[in-house]
Design a protein around this ligand. Structure first.
Ligand SMILES: COC(=O)[C@H](Cc1ccco1)c1ccncc1
Length: 130
C-alpha cells in the first residue's frame, strides 16, 4: 500500500546517495562504467555477471532493489569480478585488486554506519510479502 511505496522511495534515495558517493571517489573510477568489451574481448567468457556503478543507478531507478541486501549482492559483484578477472601479480592487477577491496570495505562501512536495521527489516518484510 502507500506506506510501502514510501518506504521503497526512501530506500531508493538512500541507495542512489550511496552509489553517487562511490562514483565520485577517484579510487573507484574503473568501476563507474561497464568494462569495455571491445577493449577486453574475453571479459564475458571469464565474468558471467558484469556489474558497475552506472548499472546500479539504472537498477535503482528501475525499482530492481526492494532491500539493501539485494543492492549489496550487486555491489559485491563489482569487486568480486575485479578480483577474479585481475588475479596476476603484475602491478596493474594488484592496483585494481587493492581498489576492489577498498570498494568492498567502503560499502560495508557506509551500510554499517548509515543503515538503520529496523528500516532494512521493514524492507525485508515487504520483500517477503510480494
Ligand atoms: C573493473 O575493471 C576491470 O576489471 C578492467 C579490466 C581490464 C583489463 C584491461 C582493460 O580493462 C580494468 C580496468 C582498469 N585497470 C585494471 C583492470
Amino acid at each position: 500500500e502507500e506506506q510501502e511505496e514510501d518506504v521503497l522511495r526512501e530506500l531508493r534515495l538512500f541507495l542512489r546517495n550511496v552509489t553517487e558517493r562511490l562514483a565520485l571517489d577517484r579510487r573507484f573510477k574503473a568501476f563507474t562504467k561497464p568494462v569495455d568489451i571491445e577493449e577486453v574481448p574475453d571479459y564475458l567468457m571469464v565474468i558471467r555477471k558484469p556489474m558497475d556503478l552506472s548499472t546500479l543507478l539504472t537498477n535503482i531507478d528501475q525499482h530492481k532493489y526492494v532491500t539493501v541486501r539485494e543492492f549489496m549482492s550487486d555491489t559485491d559483484l563489482i569487486w568480486q569480478n575485479a578480483l577474479e578477472y585481475n588475479p596476476d601479480s603484475d602491478p596493474m592487477d594488484r592496483h585494481i585488486r587493492h581498489r576492489a577491496c577498498a570498494l568492498k570495505d567502503t560499502v560495508r562501512a557506509i551500510i554499517r554506519d548509515e543503515l538503520d536495521e529496523d528500516f532494512e527489516r521493514v524492507c525485508e518484510e515487504i520483500r517477503e510479502s510480494r
